[in-house]
Design a protein around this ligand. Structure first.
Ligand SMILES: [Zn+2]
Ligand SMILES: [Zn+2]
Length: 260
């Protein structure tokens, strides 16, 4: 009897959630993360009515598929290889990383709008695609928490939001894994790392992050970020988290550079 009541309650909550989403869709129609046109139901990428992107736009972007580097998740060009040349050269501080899309043409524009033009709603698509592609992997890892790569408070104030946090929250909604945006802080406001070499990045990022003691709080972490370039940021964070008691760090990035 009790079970039935709980089930009915859950069903009502789900229906209420659907209703809330439908009203929001009417008030603020969802826009495609590639062309920014309003999405109507018929034009949604087939296979799932949750993936909010036009089919024609999905075909324009390059997803990362096998073969991929078993460490960082980069697209590999040759079958039979296990690691990308980057991971062969230098080890990483995290256990394993995955990524969704190759960072080029249409995706560069999409991520740019997501970061700088308040297109936070694109996170719905990124998270839904993450769920579709990597949910089995996430279930195997069983992370205790999702942590977005933090932004320095000055930068966040200026931009108004941290895009990795927006993505983390959408992914949390789909997976049921909680998000923690408080335990890890970026304490140095580093300049953009784009022009720097891997070694320069490492030096700049050293001591840029500070985590509270997590020894009795979490064991496994899923770190999420928008773009993976050399992995220096995720390495610096992983080093800090492991110093504070974390056993395993896994990462997901929306985009990564093309395979080496
Ligand atoms: Zn589109
Ligand atoms: Zn790699």
């Amino acid at each position: 009897m009790k079970k039935t009541i709980i089930k009915d309650k859950m069903k009502n909550q789900v229906t209420f959630q659907n209703l809330k989403e439908s009203i929001l869709d009417l008030l603020y129609p969802l826009r495609c993360p590639i062309c920014d046109e309003i999405i109507v139901q018929e034009s949604i990428f087939p296979g799932s009515n949750r993936i909010k992107i036009h089919e024609k736009c999905m075909n324009k972007i390059q997803t990362i598929d096998e073969p991929m580097c078993i460490k960082c998740g980069h697209q590999l060009l040759e079958e039979g290889e296990e690691y990308c040349s980057d991971c062969k050269k230098s080890p990483h501080n995290y256990e394993q990383g995955k990524a969704l899309f190759v960072y080029k043409s249409e995706m560069i524009k999409s991520i740019y709008s997501f970061k700088y033009s308040n297109k936070r709603e694109y996170a719905k698509f990124y998270a839904e695609y993450t769920y579709k592609k990597y949910n089995q992997w996430i279930k195997r890892i069983q992370p205790d928490v999702i942590i977005p790569v933090p932004m320095h408070k000055k930068k966040k104030k200026k931009r108004g939001y941290n895009q990795s946090e927006v993505y983390a929250k959408e992914l949390s909604y789909l997976t049921g894994i909680p998000v923690d945006t408080k335990c890890l802080k970026r304490i140095v406001n580093t300049k953009p790392l784009k022009e720097l070499t891997t070694q320069q990045r490492k030096n700049v990022l050293k001591k840029s992050f500070c985590s509270e003691n997590l020894i009795n709080k979490y064991k496994k972490i899923l770190l999420v970020d928008d773009i993976y370039t050399t992995g220096s940021t995720l390495d610096a964070i992983s080093e800090e988290l492991k110093l504070k008691g974390i056993a395993e760090v896994y990462c997901i990035s929306i985009c990564t550079g093309k395979g080496y």
